[in-house]
Design a protein around this ligand. Structure first.
Ligand SMILES: *[C@@H]1O[C@H](CO)[C@@H](O)[C@H](O)[C@H]1NC(C)=O
Ligand SMILES: *[C@@H]1O[C@H](CO)[C@@H](O)[C@H](O)[C@H]1NC(C)=O
Ligand SMILES: *[C@@H]1O[C@H](CO)[C@@H](O)[C@H](O)[C@H]1NC(C)=O
Ligand SMILES: *[C@@H]1O[C@H](CO)[C@@H](O)[C@H](O)[C@H]1NC(C)=O
Length: 431
């Protein structure tokens, strides 16, 4: 067992990646990439059951006309802003009380695009270039990894959370985990039976960690060499609180489908990304004169920012929170890599209790999105688990949430970690 917190000095490099550029991948383990929230693309088709909102009858134009790119299609909404409420409405989830699960809005069918390939994720929005591991793919290509041979991608539907509490259905996540299990097995068998390195970014990390915990331990030992988790803590973050509060009273910007309150608030992933008591404890995250909200007070916070209906609050408590609290060591060798040194919202002050107003933001340390405390909590939750075979936390200074997969300097560290994991096959030997 070995845990260490490695603070990398600014110019230190574990390896000079360039010197490895000519090494063939024959000795390396296959890599499966699991990208961030919003990276997985979705195709949709509208069936006879689809009814457009009364105010937007043109939304029915695609009815019966086959598959089209619903997410992400920045091009479509940019070219024709009339389409924005159509895409936003078609992307909504509804909760089916009979099935006890989320599903698409009536008349909308969806599928994740190109599961298995690293070409299946990314954004067509020029402003989001390199947010979905594009540069990491390029860098891995530079050291010999090839899509479909030694490099694979596992995009997922951004709207769904990593699992649901025991006893509750989560068909979308179950489908993702069985596809991912088959992909990992395929990647391994295509590479001489070598176990796989799973590399996640941001929210993808919660999905991978939950996936691993659901697989039988012998399966994990046989097929998973290492889990490299980038920019993720033990659960959620304050960034979601700011997003939910700021949605009140503001009109959606014309081209941002996810800024439609009705859309993003309908996602299971929104409830799944609320700050975890495991990371934040009783620290006040939202401060008003009358009341403070810690990670334990999320039902009250949701009500305060206008989530209506008892059932959505109950769904958070009964369905989402148990999954968040169940975050635990994956019991495969794991390396966490994260940026720090970037001001990161740690507390939102709405002193007068007016959540529609701009909050006064108190900043702490982190990568601009994830608070450093959240990532450091991995050292306890994963590193101190006596059954965890190997855990290391790598802190990359002055690096943002996106910088970790797009700044050349940070990428070198990430690829070094992947290559090092690829070499170190001894990690299970001492347990
Ligand atoms: C987005 O939608 C437009 C207009 O319907 C379509 O031409 C384009 O191919 C779509 N983008 C993708 C990536 O499918
Ligand atoms: C949002 O949902 C509410 C209730 O479901 C509905 O009344 C309202 O029209 C919706 N707004 C938009 C922009 O779709
Ligand atoms: C809220 O938390 C702050 C510390 O951030 C504390 O000073 C204040 O007394 C708390 N207010 C209430 C109403 O508990
Ligand atoms: C981070 O960047 C700032 C400004 O660019 C610089 O002043 C500081 O020394 C850097 N810190 C580290 C640890 O690299």
């Amino acid at each position: 067992m070995s845990h260490s917190l490695l603070l990398l000095p600014l110019l230190a490099c574990l390896f000079a990646v360039s010197s490895l550029a000519h090494e063939s991948t024959s000795g390396l383990h296959p890599v499966v990439l699991v990208p961030a929230y919003s990276c997985g693309n979705l195709d949709a088709r509208l069936t006879d059951k689809y009814r457009p909102p009364a105010a937007f009858p043109w939304c029915a134009a695609r009815k019966g006309k086959g598959w089209f790119r619903l997410w992400e299609n920045h091009t479509a909404v940019e070219l024709d802003p009339k389409q924005v409420p159509c895409y936003a409405g078609q992307l909504r989830l509804v909760y089916d009380h009979v099935a006890g699960d989320y599903r698409n809005a009536p008349g909308v069918q969806t599928r994740v695009v190109a599961f298995g390939s690293v070409r299946g994720f990314g954004s067509d929005d020029p402003a989001k270039k390199n947010m979905c591991m594009e540069k990491l793919v390029k860098t891995l290509d530079g050291v010999g990894y090839r899509d479909g041979e030694s490099l694979f991608g596992a995009p997922y539907d951004l709207r769904y959370a990593a699992a649901a509490a025991p006893g509750q259905a989560s068909r979308a996540f179950s489908k993702f985990t069985s596809s991912l299990a088959r992909l990992v097995e395929h990647a391994s068998s295509r590479n001489g039976g070598k176990p796989v390195i799973l590399v996640s970014h941001s929210l993808g990390g919660l999905n991978v960690n939950e996936f691993l915990n659901q697989r039988p331990l012998p399966w994990r030992k046989k097929f998973v060499n290492h889990f490299v988790m980038l920019s993720t803590g033990v659960g959620g973050g304050t960034v979601v609180l700011q997003f939910l509060a700021s949605a009140i009273g503001s009109l959606p910007p014309p081209s941002d489908v996810l800024s439609f309150t009705n859309t993003s608030r309908s996602f299971a992933s929104t409830l799944g990304a609320l700050p975890s008591p495991k990371a934040y404890g009783h620290t006040p995250l939202v401060v008003t004169r009358a009341k403070n909200f810690s990670a334990y007070d999320m039902p009250e916070f949701l009500a305060a920012v206008g989530f209506s209906g008892r059932d959505v609050l109950a769904r958070y408590v009964m369905r989402a929170l148990p999954v968040t609290l169940n975050f635990k060591a994956p019991l495969v060798p794991m390396t966490s890599v994260t940026g720090v040194g970037v001001p990161t919202a740690s507390k939102l002050v709405f002193w007068d209790g007016d959540f529609g107003a701009q909050p006064q933001v108190v900043y702490g340390d982190g990568d601009g999105t994830v608070n450093v405390e959240n990532v450091l909590a991995l050292g306890t939750v994963v590193g101190k688990d006596p059954e965890q075979p190997f855990f290391r936390s790598v802190i990359v200074p002055n690096t943002t949430h996106m910088g970790i997969i797009s700044d050349d300097w940070a990428l070198k560290h990430v690829v070094s970690e992947i290559l090092e994991a690829s070499r170190a096959t001894h990690h299970y030997s001492n347990i």
